[in-house]
Design a protein around this ligand. Sequence first.
Ligand code: CO
Length: 139
Amino acid sequence: MIGCINHIGIATRDVEQAAENWAKIYGAIDAGDAFDLPEQGVRVKFINLPNGQLELIAPLGENSPIEKFLQRHPSGGQHHICFEVDDILQARDEMINRGAKVLGNGEPRIGAHGVPVIFIHPENSGGVLVELMQKPTGD
Ligand code: CO
């Protein structure tokens, strides 16, 4: 079923400022420039770790899900955990068969890594929003 942790999503108002803080306090090095994902309503910046990444995410546009999160958590905070799966469609069907709630219309969307992802409702994971991500080829 789920494989490696790919990244941990952290919501923030300003991904550049957050990356500076992770560098200053923890010596964590960012993975390159921030970029926008308009269809998901987020601005993203990755930080590389030896065994995965942090995904800093800020609201983009009016209906961003991150805006709603930040209204509940004004200082920002952990937003989701992302696990790799071998086959996103098979994983989606398994989750539904197990009674889990797949967010949205259930169709995978292209995530920040350019591969399809789905999100599982926090009620299925003790309050944690889970992202499942098709394992990138070439790994
Ligand atoms: Co993510």
